[in-house]
Design a binder for this molecule. Structure first.
Ligand code: MN
Length: 501
């Protein structure tokens, strides 16, 4: 089966013990191998699953964990207790393990064979109690992990596992991510700031500050030939306002946009950066605010945050990594304007320019309009709407003593009318449970105005990500009520004060 993530693998580790004898252990191994084969043939599991010999001693578990830590391709462990595996054997290995764990609480057979079941069968199929013994030691040791319960052949179970694996890919990406910040923060903005040292310790991502002049050098170094061929690409991919075509009055603007795109791309490639930020307050040497460039680079998988927002940029990249190969897209987003009609309250999301093309419905149109802020030349941008359906908005804040992730489940809906005078890509959504509760909860949680908007990731995936990172996650969904939500915030404040840094 063709896997989405070629250079990544997940290890399948089966726990047992010697007491059962060689025959049973052989059967355990062959059952595990059968599950691994099925996962490798499954088109939902996005990485190769690697079978590991059944572990039955503290040494073999320790050595396996050591090897997992040292194997770059290994992004996590699926663990399964086919039989009982006394969990003191797991302590030394789990203590040193640095990779995420999914505990697949499954059983090789789905049904109890009522007529044939005997004590041999009972001794072979013990995950019901073996999984509890293993779970105890992980809980006692305070190890975050994902527990997935159900029959391994079920689509639902494989989907849950696939989503968790995708999150492990995103976590791996976050751990190795370099972010470039062109210029600094938008002056006086609070939520886009944060402790970059703590982010590197906690999340692994590293933020590199560069003067925008360094970027301008890269932009000015772009060849006319490269610009011309990129302009041809624009013409084949988008519906273009005629004024932008050769000889048209807006042609110089789109030429500049292409130059900026190529210049930023070169800078990202040369530096090995996976995410970047800009700020419209610091564009010295750039003719226009990068709009089209940002939209297209996000579509290529780069993270982005406006106004120096490196945290959102990193999360955009992490979520894009998790959702690679899925149908729907992920973008940088901002809650922009409300529709307070009591018959259906909605949020119009957009940004000045920088909404990712991956969430576009149909063919975007390319145009140039003035930007009423920043005092630069008129920037090029793509305009489009976004397909209806479920989505999430995710925000990450530095609360002073910890990072907090916040997710709101929303439903994208069509705009009731055309918006002929609005020259930006936009998306209209109804937050869950409704706008009044969702916005109040968001604000009590200190949620940022910048978000990662995704139609490919789910709140459960962000929860799994927060578990891998060991950071807080609050969810606003269908069941949210304000009193419980405020209490959760207060309890979390206490909990995170008790956690070692
Ligand atoms: Mn903004």
């Amino acid at each position: 089966m063709n896997k989405t993530f070629k250079n990544k693998e997940i290890w399948f580790v089966t726990g047992s013990q010697h007491l059962y004898g060689e025959q049973t252990l052989k059967q355990v191994a062959s059952d595990s191998q059968a599950i691994v084969n099925a996962f490798n043939e499954s088109d939902s599991i996005p990485v190769k699953t690697v079978f590991q010999p059944v572990v039955t001693t503290p040494d073999s578990i320790y050595n396996l964990c050591l090897e997992a830590n040292n194997t770059k391709e290994c992004i996590g462990l699926i663990t399964w207790m086919h039989t009982f595996s006394p969990a003191k054997m797991w302590i030394s290995g789990i203590k040193i393990l640095q990779k995420p764990i999914a505990h697949l609480h499954t059983q090789f057979n789905r049904d109890i064979p009522w007529n044939e079941i005997d004590m041999d069968f009972m001794n072979l199929n013990q995950s019901a109690h073996g999984g509890r013994e293993y779970g105890f030691i992980l809980s006692r040791m305070g190890i975050n992990r994902k527990v997935i319960v159900g029959f391994w052949k079920e689509k639902k179970i494989q989907k849950q596992l696939a989503d968790w694996i995708r999150v492990a890919v995103g976590w791996n990406e976050m751990n190795t991510m370099k972010i470039v910040r062109f210029g600094d923060n938008m002056r006086e903005v609070a939520v886009t700031e944060g402790d970059k040292v703590e982010a590197q310790i906690k999340l692994g991502c590293a933020v590199y500050g560069y003067g925008v002049g360094d970027l301008a050098d890269s932009v000015n170094g772009v060849s006319e030939k490269a610009i011309n061929s990129l302009l041809e690409e624009y013409e084949s991919e988008y519906t273009i306002n005629k004024e932008l075509l050769k000889g048209g009055p807006k042609r110089p603007s789109v030429i500049e946009a292409a130059r900026i795109e190529l210049g930023i791309k070169q800078f990202l490639v040369d530096g090995g950066f996976k995410a970047f930020t800009t700020t419209f307050e610091d564009l010295h040497g750039l003719v226009q605010l990068p709009g089209l460039a940002v939209q297209r680079l996000m579509k290529q998988g780069y993270g982005f945050g406006a106004e120096g927002d490196w945290k959102t940029s990193a999360m955009v990249r992490a979520v894009k990594a998790m959702t690679e190969g899925l149908d729907r897209g992920t973008s940088f987003m901002e809650d922009y304007t409300y529709h307070f009609d009591p018959s259906g309250m909605k949020v119009l999301g957009a940004h000045m320019l920088e909404i990712c093309e991956s969430i576009a419905e149909g063919k975007p149109s390319l145009d140039v309009f003035p930007l009423g802020i920043g005092g630069k030349s008129d920037p090029a941008r793509l305009l489009f709407d976004v397909p209806s359906g479920p989505a999430i908005n995710v925000s990450i804040m530095d609360m002073g003593n910890r990072f907090r992730l916040l997710t709101n489940e929303v439903t994208v809906v069509p705009t009731p009318q055309d918006l002929p005078k609005l020259p930006v890509a936009r998306v209209l959504w109804e937050p869950k449970p409704d706008l009044e509760i969702a916005a109040a909860a968001w604000i009590y949680a200190g949620g940022a105005h910048h978000t990662v908007f995704s139609q490919a990731a789910t709140a459960e995936m962000i929860q799994d990500f927060s578990e891998m990172a060991g950071i807080e996650h609050l969810v606003i969904d269908e069941k949210t009520n304000i009193i419980d939500f405020k209490n959760t915030i207060r309890w979390n404040d206490v909990y995170y004060h008790t956690q070692p840094r």
